[in-house]
Ligand binder design. Structure first.
Ligand SMILES: [Zn+2]
Length: 291
């Protein structure tokens, strides 16, 4: 059972081990965070069709990185023993970005980030308390920084007095942040056929953008719901704009999902990883065969 919160350093250590054990994993970086941390990408498979999983948009949600590391470990085992998955990955590629927001995780877990040059400004935003920090290293909520209903969301921000800080602020313009810009550039260059973003918490699955569900999206959503027991939901309020899933659906008209993993209060305790992963495992694997 996992006992240690997944900092950026912990993740990098685990990736070193995983990639050593699984030489067929290709490790690269999609770009760097605001503070300069490399954002790793693990790929496996040779197919043109690609399924992308993204973890930890939000500082408090680092358990999703643990879930994706466990998933990668299982994928590695399956491929290593030459099972059915090896056949699947002959014409598909699995791409995993386990931690999109390393700077936010650093602040949330350690209560400071010595590498961040904006410490004073961040201190003014947070009062020095980062226990509820969701944003990146300059107070932008990455999952509101995508180009999907961005300008409508700006209205919402004004109405609700949302400013740079721990959560909800969408940034100056879409993809203004190095993390979102890196991810979108990767998606544009690679071409992705199915996208799953892991968040916490609530045991819910979001699958539309503004009421639009891409072809095939509803069937996959129902299957994910059946496999996990999670509820299918349509987002309301602030959650309805600017997310990765929203942008992907808007831009490509292809299925994308937000999985709100686990239940409880963020940050979910690292000890919950096993039970949450157990409930998700089959659904995550099922994503590799639906496109
Ligand atoms: Zn989230």
């Amino acid at each position: 059972m996992r006992k240690v919160a997944i900092t950026y350093g912990e993740m990098m250590k685990e990736l070193d081990i995983l990639c050593e054990e699984c030489p067929f994993f290709m490790r690269s970086v999609i770009g760097k965070s605001l503070v300069g941390r490399e954002i790793p990408l693990i790929s496996v498979g040779q197919g043109k069709k690609a399924v992308l999983f993204v973890g930890t948009h939000h500082g408090m949600e680092w358990i999703t990185t643990a879930l994706l590391l466990d998933f990668l470990r299982d994928v590695g085992k399956e491929v290593g023993r030459g099972g059915d998955l090896s056949v699947v990955l002959e014409n598909r590629t699995l791409c995993v970005v386990p931690m999109l927001n390393p700077d936010g995780v650093e602040l949330q877990i350690n209560g400071k980030d010595e590498l961040n040059p904006l410490t004073e400004r961040l201190h003014a935003m947070s009062g020095g308390d980062y226990s509820r920090w969701q944003a990146n290293g300059r107070g932008v909520d990455l999952n509101h920084n995508y180009d999907a209903g961005f300008f409508e969301y700006k209205e919402y921000e004004r109405e609700h007095g949302i400013v740079p800080g721990s959560t909800l602020y969408s940034g100056e313009h879409p993809e203004s942040e190095p993390e979102t810009s890196a991810l979108c550039s990767f998606i544009r260059a690679r071409g992705i056929d199915l996208l799953i973003a892991l968040h916490t918490q609530g045991e819910e699955i979001y699958y539309d953008f503004g009421g639009v569900v891409p072809d095939g999206g509803r069937v996959i959503a129902k299957r994910l719901s059946a496999l996990t027991g999670y509820t299918l939901s349509e987002p309301t309020g602030s959650a309805a704009y600017g997310g990765l899933k929203d942008w992907f659906i808007k831009e490509y008209g292809l299925p994308a999902f937000t999985l709100e993993c686990g239940k409880g209060v963020n940050p979910l305790p690292i000890g919950d990883t096993d039970i949450i992963y157990k409930g998700l495992r089959e659904a995550l694997f099922s994503c590799l065969t639906v496109v």
